[in-house]
Design a protein around this ligand. Structure first.
Ligand code: ARG
Length: 704
């Protein structure tokens, strides 16, 4: 029985480390000893000969890695898929292996050019013959898997390799007889680990440590109950022995210098076919089109990175470069993913980047009905801040109420079809929700190079400024606010209590008075502190002029809350003359709408504070409508809330002393947001000064 098992090896006559194509070879060029390599190879050869037949292929000069016959191709029955090496350094081996297979009478399949696949190094049969595990990520292309499935008529399970030390599947993965699996889980992405866990029951999974992995313990030759490898820890040996395996260690350190060991040095050429298994590959491909300033706006890089990071692979089918400065480029990219699930997740991110299906493949979006109020069908498309269109009855329909983190509901109206963003909680039974990724596109504004680079709009280029740049940025913001005011536009301010503590209250009041603010959003605290300052001159009990605590001052804010509660609202307290200056005074006097969203730690609260958070979110959303610019002043909580409901195209300025907050808020992937890391009081005073310069020198003197 055992005698029927055959392996192919190649003597190390010309073996050396001549080049570097994997991390193991680094620093090892010409550092291996030919004599020791021959000795180690011989030992392996003899060990294997005791348990199987070993065939030899003639070694050739100039292809030192030919010793690694695992990479000759992949054999199943009398069919071979010949390797197509990724690196040109090894491509010279292909004809020699091809010749050997043909001489032996195998049917040889050759993959198309430019579709790398490195044979049994990246494809390992389940030892029961139930399916084929195939690796991708470094040497073999995911697109080769469906062809392999077809030619070998077997189910292919694609595994993505993540760690370049384990660049071939056989360096970190070794199916053993009896359905066992020896492997190093961290070498794979989480999707692949899940797939492995679904196919191999826990009791059969032998996960090894990094120490064993770097000794190539997974690069083992398994012949029934025998496992031949370079080296294994005591613990691993015990574990394998306990499961009925016999571990044979045979040192292969000279080959480790090239990134290979026992398994790499062999190719099993007798792999019996199980007649009941047939081809299936869950690998899916799709073509997408990208248009715009693909190179200079970095879109193509982002798209391709996203595909790879998402677990897929890509092939750029054609790229038409816009040659003029103003002309845009077009690229068609074939995206391949190991499964439908992974494909959908990659596609939805590509849609967010502005990817389109190529014209001939455009089809209507799929919808599914809501069956439980407030709960969407599972596969719903999650919206972004970008203007989105949905294909219904062969037409692109613009989605209304664009915001992120919503579902899209399609409905028919008297005038046609309407599509709208709806929050999960607002979904009603029967609403038709867009699912999957078909028939959805986002419209990304194509800014010209001039727009991106010009000084005037420079501040809109997403980025976080620190002290040095604050003044410059303030100048630009002031200019922008002045424009908006003069054109009757809308600036919304979200502000936290720090605005008051840092002495920014008077400046914000000034902005409101001067017509620079059209709505104010905050929480209970900013209003309480603002009115405490107006009524008692303190903020949380600290004297704002002298900067010292006032005796008994900690009670001030509750006194203020109590007073406003007596009057029934902030507006009434202002009318009664109890509050006669400050941010909220100005709001009431100038009829600037404000919304205060409550939170768990609110004292009081003020009668104006909305403690029903769903209502508060609605109030915020209403006030944000039509905003041209949103100034977010030191309030992470409220600012994030605001960011979530604001569509792209609205400029956002986020000011906070904490860079982490600024980064979080200005990182919307949208070009219109800018972050300013500075003290908010200082920022507001600079802003008012700057606006003063733009208006009249007299007013400036008044503020100063
Ligand atoms: N130096 C060779 C390469 O990088 C080593 C191949 C190891 N073979 C394997 N099946 N893991 O291609």
């Amino acid at each position: 029985m055992t005698a029927a098992i055959r392996f192919l090896m190649c003597a190390p006559d010309h073996y050396d480390v001549d080049y570097v194509i994997n991390p193991w070879m680094e620093g090892n060029v010409h550092k291996s000893s030919r004599d020791r390599a021959v000795e180690q190879w011989q030992k392996l050869f003899h060990v294997l000969k005791e348990h199987a037949v070993v065939e030899l292929v003639t070694p050739h000069k100039g292809v030192p890695d030919m010793v690694f016959t695992a990479n000759a191709g992949l054999v199943l029955g009398d069919t071979v898929v010949l390797s197509r090496f990724y690196h040109k350094e090894r491509q010279g081996e292909e004809p020699f292996f091809n010749e050997w297979f043909l001489q032996q009478g195998y049917t040889v399949h050759e993959l198309p050019k430019d579709l790398p696949f490195e044979g049994a190094g990246d494809a390992l049969l389940d030892r029961e013959g139930r399916w084929l595990w195939a690796g991708y990520g470094f040497r073999s292309e995911l697109d080769s898997h469906p062809l392999i499935a077809k030619w070998l008529d077997i189910e292919v399970l694609s595994l993505r390799l993540m760690d370049d030390r384990f660049y071939h599947l056989d360096t970190c993965f070794c199916p053993l007889s009896g359905g066992y699996l020896l492997y190093y889980p961290p070498a794979f992405d989480s999707y692949s680990n899940r797939l492995i866990e679904m196919r191999v029951p826990e009791a059969k999974r032998i996960a090894i440590t990094e120490a064993d992995a770097v000794n190539f313990a997974c690069n083992a030759v398994n012949i029934e109950h025998i496992v031949v490898m370079n080296k294994a820890s005591q613990e691993l040996k015990q574990r394998l022995t306990g499961l009925g395996f016999q571990v044979i260690e045979t040192p292969l350190t000279e080959f480790l210098k090239a990134g290979g060991a026992a398994k790499c040095l062999t190719l099993r050429v007798t792999e019996p076919i199980r007649t009941e298994v047939h081809a299936t590959a869950t690998v899916e491909s799709r073509i997408i089109r990208l248009e715009g300033h693909l190179l200079d706006a970095g879109i193509i890089n982002r798209a391709l990175d996203l595909v790879v990071e998402g677990g897929g692979s890509f092939q750029v089918l054609n790229f038409h470069l816009g040659e003029q400065r103003q002309s845009t480029s077009v690229a068609d990219v074939k995206v391949t993913a190991p499964s439908h699930e992974v494909m959908e997740s990659i596609m939805s991110q590509l849609i967010d980047l502005g990817a389109l299906p190529p014209p001939q493949e455009v089809c209507d979006a799929h919808t599914e009905p809501v069956v439980l109020a407030g709960v969407s069908p599972d596969d719903f498309y999650v919206t972004t801040i970008y203007p989105t269109e949905v294909r219904v009855n062969d037409e692109w329909v613009q989605v209304q109420g664009q915001r992120m983190d919503a579902a899209i509901v399609v409905s028919s109206t008297t005038t046609g079809v309407a599509t709208r963003c709806k929050l999960l909680r607002d979904l009603q039974v029967g609403d038709r929700v867009v699912v999957g990724v078909e028939g959805i596109r986002t419209v990304r504004k194509v800014e010209s190079r001039e727009q991106r680079n010009s000084q005037e709009f420079g501040f809109m280029g997403a980025g976080v400024s620190s002290e040095r740049r604050v003044e410059l940025v303030v100048e630009q913001i002031a200019w922008e606010m002045r424009q908006i005011r003069d054109q009757g536009g809308k600036v919304v301010v979200t502000a936290g209590p720090v605005v008051i503590h840092t002495g920014g209250g008077e400046h914000l009041s000034h902005l409101i008075r001067e017509g620079y603010v059209q709505a104010l959003l905050g929480g209970n605290a900013i209003a309480v502190h603002d009115m405490e300052q107006a009524m008692l001159g303190t903020s949380l009990g600290v004297d704002m002029k002298r900067g010292v605590s006032v005796r008994g001052g900690h009670r001030h804010h509750l006194k203020v809350i109590n007073t406003v509660r007596r009057y029934g609202s902030i507006a009434k307290a202002v009318e009664a003359g109890v509050v006669n200056q400050g941010v909220f005074y100005e709001c009431v006097k100038h009829q600037i709408p404000f919304s205060l969203a409550g939170s768990i730690r609110d004292d009081g609260p003020l009668p104006d504070t909305q403690m029903d958070l769903i209502k508060a979110q609605q109030d915020y959303a209403n006030l944000i409508q039509g905003a041209d610019l949103i100034l977010m002043l030191s309030s992470m909580l409220h600012s994030i809330g605001v960011g979530n409901m604001t569509p792209a195209g609205v400029k956002m300025v986020c000011v906070d002393i904490n860079p982490a907050v600024v980064t979080k808020l200005s990182d919307r992937g949208s070009v219109e947001s800018v972050g300013v890391v500075t003290d908010v009081g200082l920022f507001l005073s600079l802003l008012v000064q700057q606006l003063g310069k733009l208006t009249s020198p007299y007013q400036l003197a008044q503020i100063a």
